[in-house]
Design a protein around this ligand. Structure first.
Ligand code: MRU
Length: 346
């Protein structure tokens, strides 16, 4: 089953808030509910939220009462703004909205309003289908970097759940495993929302790939001890100079890997590359509710004093100098990233 799919005139998504305890699929009929689901992280992961928002825009088309294509496009623009504002860091959201709006605008004079609604839905479906195909291409390029017997430290969840299907960094691991390479994965638990412990571990069990969960602060130990040969993570936005915004903790992991000469790869579709931003300092970083940090329990008790305050930036930026390469569907990009990224983004 895909993470995000269209069925019976509804958008359906695997509810990632409750995995691995329960597997449930939730249905959406309105774009505002889809925006809320992205904010609340029912769906998460850069490519998955791009596809979800594209289907959300298709729902917006069916919600609109416009009878002319001009009015419909203007309603779609307003709905796209709502969807875009649901999460700020992953550029795939903006990318998907801009792509559908641009294409809809280009055909609006030759279609009826109802045909344009169907066209927007077909565009969303195209984005979803392309995502799976792109992930598989990335996975082939990335798997060539993985050695037989490698132990890989992986951060967050970058698998089928973070995409429409297959995955980015976890897709590389999956393809290398299918090629017969013996791989062991050290799964960063990924505080505070535990995408590693909850989602990546759940996926690896299904693929039969051996893994162990480590808390995020353990990776330096394993890297220094020579117990990991690669570090892989995804990316939510890559600036023109190759700085990568990804799940909070990626930067510390990359620092420790770099200090121990362990290669670090970010695996991203070209839709995650934002050439309009010169460097990672310009990438908007989402700060989420402090309750995500404080709201868990230890032995049935709160982990902090009742009135404790907390900070919760959801992403950090790994500077390009710490990356060995960026894996895309068009091949592996090596430094100098400011020159080489341009040539892969068509
Ligand atoms: O906050 P999330 O769970 O949406 O963050 C996801 C990540 O940081 C992933 O690593 C990223 O989206 C790339 S993987 C497809």
């Amino acid at each position: 089953m895909r993470t995000v799919f269209w069925e019976n005139n509804e958008l359906k998504m695997i509810d990632q808030r409750i995995l691995p305890a329960r597997f449930e699929v939730v249905s959406y009929r309105g774009h505002k509910e889809v925006a809320r689901a992205i904010t609340d992280m029912v769906v998460r992961g850069a490519p998955a939220i791009g596809a979800a928002a594209a289907f959300g825009l298709a729902l917006a088309g069916f919600e609109s009462r416009a009878s002319s294509t001009g009015d419909l496009v203007s309603d779609l623009q307003k709905s796209a703004a709502v969807l875009k504002s649901s999460r700020p860091t992953a550029v795939n959201l903006e990318w998907a909205m801009d792509r559908v709006l641009r294409n809809a605008d280009a055909v609006k004079d030759v279609l009826t309003a109802n045909d344009l609604r169907q066209y927007v839905l077909a565009e969303a479906q195209k984005i979803a289908n392309e995502d799976v195909e792109i992930n598989k291409r990335m996975a082939e390029h990335g798997a060539a970097l993985i050695g037989d017997g490698d132990t890989i430290i992986h951060h967050c969840n970058t698998g089928a759940l973070a995409t429409v299907d297959w995955g980015t960094a976890l897709g590389v691991i999956r393809t290398a495993h299918e090629q017969g390479k013996k791989i062991h994965v050290l799964v960063d638990e990924t505080r505070p929302r535990l995408q590693g412990a909850r989602l990546t571990a759940w996926e690896l069990e299904q693929y039969g790939i051996p893994y162990e969960i480590i808390s995020d602060n353990m990776s330096g130990y394993f890297l220094r001890a020579g117990k990991a040969q690669k570090v892989l993570f995804g990316g939510d936005r890559v600036a023109a100079n190759g700085d990568v915004a990804n799940k909070i903790g990626s930067y510390m992991l990359a620092l420790a890997a770099h200090d121990n000469n362990v290669p670090v790869y970010s695996v991203v579709p070209t839709s995650t590359i934002d050439l309009s931003l010169a460097h990672g300092g310009l990438i908007p970083i989402e700060e989420r509710d402090a309750d995500e940090v404080l709201g868990i329990q230890f032995h049935g008790e709160p982990i902090a004093p009742k009135n404790a305050k907390a900070r919760n930036p959801a992403f950090d930026v790994t500077p390009n100098r710490l990356l060995s390469g960026i894996v895309t569907e068009n091949g592996v990009i090596y430094p100098p990233f400011d020159v080489n990224l341009k040539s892969v983004v068509k």
